[in-house]
Design a protein around this ligand. Structure first.
Ligand code: CA
Length: 222
């Protein structure tokens, strides 16, 4: 028994996957195709995809925003868990990666549920705010360039409805955030983001050590 989060050895990790993850053949195929990309480590893990689908259902989310789509794994997990009238807006600036995502959205029959905005996410978020969509999103997933995390945090909080959920990925950054000698720009940005969340009394938060660290934040204000 342990009173802190267990570190998983390979055997325990495989066991966890075998008893709790329903990865579809399509998602497995997408994982295999993405594995050929040198940035494949950016794809979320299957157990995290499962967890995100659970979060979508748990919150009853209908309008979801994803910041950082890559080749589409998380967007498929999210969109598949949405009700028929649900909508997912995806932000990414890579035509190459999102062309793979689009191919799989079509295969999954999700192309009408997902709207891609192909440009810098900070611009899209500002456009959504300018279109008076503040307070209209139920769930936002942030998994994009780490240096903009503090900016995405502020913009996302405005776009979320009160009681909405913000999930931010890579907040443990392979443990580098806890290494005071690591002063890489990405590490410093995530540290800054983690401090912002810690000191923000307007939200309820929990850093869940799944994948590379996933911080869950509920917006407690209007
Ligand atoms: Ca990530």
């Amino acid at each position: 028994m342990s009173n802190r989060t267990l570190s998983l050895d390979d055997r325990t990790y495989e066991y966890l996957l075998s008893v709790s993850v329903d990865e579809t053949d399509l998602l497995r195929e997408l994982r295999a195709e993405t594995a050929g990309d040198k940035f494949s480590v950016m794809q979320i893990s299957p157990e995290q995809g499962q967890f995100m689908a659970l979060l979508v259902k748990l919150t009853g989310a209908k309008r979801v925003l994803e910041i950082g789509t890559f080749t589409g794994y998380s967007s498929i997990c999210i969109a598949s868990a949405l009700p028929d009238d649900g909508e997912l807006v995806c932000c990414d600036d890579s035509d190459e990666w999102t062309s793979m995502a689009r191919k799989y959205w079509k295969k999954a029959g999700l192309q009408d549920k997902i709207k891609l905005r192909l440009q810098a996410a900070s611009i899209t978020l500002q456009q959504l705010l300018d279109d008076s969509l503040a307070g209209t999103f139920d769930f936002i997933f942030v998994d994009a360039d780490k240096q903009n995390y503090p900016l995405y945090y502020e913009q996302s909080l405005r776009l979320l409805r009160r009681g909405g959920l913000l999930a931010v990925d890579n907040t443990l950054w392979s443990g580098s955030v806890a290494d005071p000698e690591n002063m890489q720009p990405g590490t410093r940005a995530i540290r800054r983001f983690n401090e912002m969340v810690k000191n923000d009394n307007r939200v309820t938060k929990s850093l869940v050590p799944i994948g590379d660290g996933l911080t869950l934040i509920v917006k407690d204000f209007e």
